[in-house]
Design a binder for this molecule. Structure first.
Ligand SMILES: Cc1ncc(COP(=O)(O)O)c(C=O)c1O
Length: 469
């Protein structure tokens, strides 16, 4: 069977797609799913189509996808366009390397090891290792697996055997911990949500109390999961006091830094993640604040060798040959077999701007955040709903004291909807029972004037909806 087109032709088609894109795409262009289904031909058929139709399909794909590269995309924990990483991503697809053995991913393996070394240096794991994973959710799953393996290594071969293992995270933790507890057979009921303080940080006293309650029931506590940069408000859980408690009860201490770990690049702001070296493992997403195209993430582990102990098994007959490069076969540290070579795109962007480039970017975004909070606090119709320790700003339009929580929620949801139609993509979220607009600052193209425009747009949308102005 002949190939429909060559690599060179595919490059020419890509160029065509890019050149014909409108200079400024809509940030949130997609109509409802049924409408889009009507608009586009998504069907697959018995007969193939020509290259022109493929170019049209690729253009339509981009046209209807939210343009996350624009500053006006404030909705999620990723945005912006990291062009060196994009180049790396394209080359990665061309190589189609897979990360189980050095033989089929020689350069990517060395790059992944270099990245892990650099990340571990930032965290303070002097002898650590790690492996790249599909995202923060998988990294959190592996952290819980390591904790389980450390506490009860027999579970790997014999299963749970009636034990009740108990894990602890704060009530602000990302939902991936629930999934991890489910997948690992811990049971989501045995993931205890420890209360957080008024700054959204895990309360160490409540943690110790929860551990003692689990022990009193005859259960086996094994895992404490802290968050560095919570999803809704960007809070950093206190590592030092939690570490003392984890040590006292012999528990694994994990830090989910999927969103907030990159703060370690910045000498000005790394204090938020002080004591990171006290953790046993750290999750770090490169596809969030480092703006690398999804997916790119890592699980970093203080104790070298444990990943291999917990994750390895099988494949020796045909895949993991004992040759001179055996020690470089990252597949035995992973729960995946085929794994995309995500290292190249991260490496390319790090190589292009250096650690200093990420530090500058983070400092700039903190400056935008501070400006944003100052503006909100100076405008009577706007109200902050939580402290903004990191790059999340949770606020709301509140034109009158008389509106109840439900009315304020509906009003702010309506503002988000209106802004989306106007080309600014923000979202709403709830924190400790109060709902408002969650703004995420992750795109370093953002300037103070963009923040001013966005806040003005919120106020005029709010005025229009509430006062009918
Ligand atoms: C704190 C935190 N941890 C983990 C995750 C999950 O990361 P991923 O989407 O890469 O699986 C998120 C996602 O938003 C997050 O905010």
């Amino acid at each position: 069977m002949s190939k429909p087109f060559s690599v060179k032709q595919s490059l020419a088609m890509l160029q065509q797609v890019i050149e014909q894109l409108p200079a400024k795409r809509k940030v949130a262009p997609a109509p409802s799913a049924p409408e889009l289904q009507e608009t586009l031909d998504i069907s697959l058929n018995n007969q193939g189509v020509d290259t022109e139709q493929l170019v049209c399909a690729a253009k339509a794909y981009l046209e209807y996808n939210p343009d996350v590269s624009q500053v006006a995309f404030y909705k999620l924990l990723y945005s912006g366009l990291n062009t060196p990483a994009l180049l790396g991503d394209w080359v990665t697809s061309l190589s189609n390397a897979t990360m189980h053995t050095y033989q089929v991913s020689p350069v990517a393996t060395l790059m992944e090891l270099e990245l892990i070394k650099q990340w571990n240096n930032l965290v303070g794991f002097t002898q650590g290792d790690g492996v790249m994973v599909s995202g923060g959710s998988q990294a959190n799953l592996i952290a819980m697996l390591l904790a389980r393996h450390k506490r009860c290594p027999d579970i790997k071969t014999k299963g749970l055997q009636g034990q009740t293992l108990v894990a602890f995270v704060s009530d602000q933790a990302h939902y991936s911990s629930l999934k991890a507890a489910n997948v690992l057979g811990i049971g989501s009921d045995n993931l205890i949500a420890v209360s957080s303080d008024d700054q959204g940080r895990l309360d160490p006293q409540a943690l110790e109390f929860a551990i003692q309650s689990a022990l009193a029931k005859g259960h086996t506590p094994f895992f404490v999961g802290l968050t560095a940069g919570t999803t809704v408000i960007g809070a950093y859980d206190p590592i030092q006091p939690s570490s003392l408690i984890a040590k006292k009860y012999d528990l694994w201490l994990h830090v989910d830094g999927a969103w907030g770990a990159p703060v370690l690049f910045s000498s000005e702001h790394r204090h938020l993640l002080a004591d990171s070296e006290l953790a046993d493992s750290v999750t770090w997403d490169a596809h969030k604040l480092m703006n690398v195209p999804v997916t790119a993430a890592v699980i970093l582990v203080k104790q070298s060798g444990l990943l291999r102990q917990a994750c390895s098994g099988g494949g020796g007959d045909y895949l993991f040959h004992s040759d001179e490069n055996e020690a470089y076969n990252l597949g035995e540290r992973s729960i995946q077999c085929g794994r995309r070579a995500d290292a190249l795109k991260v490496w390319m962007s790090w190589k292009a701007i250096g650690s200093q480039g990420f530090s500058d970017k983070i400092d700039h975004l903190f400056d935008c955040k501070t400006h944003c909070v100052e503006q909100i606090e100076s405008i009577s119709e706007l109200q902050m709903l939580a402290p903004a320790a990191y790059l999340n700003v949770l606020f709301r339009y509140q034109p009158s004291e008389e509106l109840d929580e439900q009315q304020l929620r509906q009003l702010n949801i309506a503002i988000c909807k209106k802004l989306k139609a106007q080309g600014t993509y923000i979202d709403y979220a709830t924190y400790k029972g109060r709902s408002g607009i969650r703004l995420i600052l992750a795109n370093s193209d953002c300037q103070r004037s963009d923040i001013d425009d966005m806040l003005l747009a919120c106020i005029s949308a709010g005025d229009e909806i509430y006062k009918g102005k």
